[in-house]
Design a protein around this ligand. Structure first.
Ligand code: GLU
Length: 295
């Protein structure tokens, strides 16, 4: 691959414009750029703006300005997920027609109450890799006729993966191809999507979720290598399953360590970590940021 024998690699940097970029994003973008450059590949930018309530135009503008400041250039047009809801809806509908997802009418409060009731009865409450209790499966048992009637009445609903049904469809073991950014060497590991339970594939407000959009877009954009933070490593198990169910090609993955603050905390927009724009305003140069991150 790094010898230039196969097709040229295609990578992507895919930030969500619900805040400003920080050093962790810069590291991820620069690592993607370095790999693309070393392997004679291309790096695409994708704006993951399905969260219409949290996306703001100034965050999109900030991302473009920060990446430019870092010296990164991307081919146009830049794909914006909010412009492709009909593609995701088609994928969702195909999964619904195949009996792989079901509508879920539970509110967050109802799910929390059901989980608490189970715990009070002494039942085990398994958690997903992010620590959230697995969906207890309440709406999996709603009859098709009842679910259709409720949807026709306009009842708000998400669409959840029927994990047991999905796993039964797998003719071959589900694997993830991992690659090393140093020498391109691949290893294959088995995926365990069951740990996500009946995950939400399409939200109430938009016909998609992070997981569904990401696998659709990686396929549409011809992404061969995904380079992203270790905080998304477990999600790859679910992405591998969705790729198989939707018959999409599966890229190879590298999950890089997260950049931490000096006291070992993960950088996060929500924790008010200093943004690239803050650093720039303090007179810190892009060269300094690149050097600090090892580029
Ligand atoms: N949009 C995601 C984020 O900003 C990254 C998605 C991905 O790289 O798969 O965390």
């Amino acid at each position: 691959m790094s010898e230039g024998t196969g097709p040229a690699p295609v990578l992507r940097f895919a930030p969500s414009p619900n805040g400003h970029l920080h050093l962790g994003h810069a590291y991820s973008a620069l690592l993607n750029a370095r790999i693309a450059e070393r392997w004679g590949g291309r790096l695409l930018l994708r704006i993951e703006d399905i969260d219409l309530g949290r996306t703001r135009p100034e965050f999109v503008a900030g991302i473009l300005a920060d990446l430019d400041w870092l010296g990164l250039r991307f081919p146009s047009p830049v794909r914006r997920q909010s412009e492709h809801f009909s593609d995701y809806a088609a994928a969702r509908d195909a999964m619904a027609a195949g009996g792989l997802i079901y509508p879920c009418f539970c509110s967050r409060g109802q799910i929390a109450a059901e989980v608490a009731a189970r715990a009070a009865r002494g039942e085990a409450v398994p958690r997903d890799p992010d620590g959230a209790p697995l969906y207890p499966g309440t709406c999996r048992h709603v009859s098709a006729a009842d679910a259709t009637a409720r949807r026709e009445q306009g009842a708000p609903h998400t669409w959840r993966l029927d994990m047991a049904a999905a796993l039964q469809r797998l003719a071959e073991p589900l694997v993830i191809r991992r690659f090393s950014p140093d020498d391109g060497v691949l290893e294959t590991v088995s995926a365990d999507p069951a740990r996500w339970g009946d995950a939400v594939v399409a939200r109430r407000d938009v016909p998609t979720s992070y997981h569904l959009s990401v696998v659709c877009d990686d396929a549409v954009q011809g992404i061969t290598h995904v380079v992203r933070g270790q905080d998304l490593e477990a999600a790859t198990d679910l992405h591998a399953l969705l790729q198989r169910l939707l018959r999409l090609p599966a890229p190879a993955y590298h999950h890089h360590p997260l950049i931490r603050t000096e006291d070992g905390e993960k950088l996060a927009k929500s924790k008010g970590s200093e943004s690239l724009a803050d650093l720039r305003a303090r007179g810190i140069t892009a060269e300094h940021v690149r050097a600090r991150l090892g580029f």
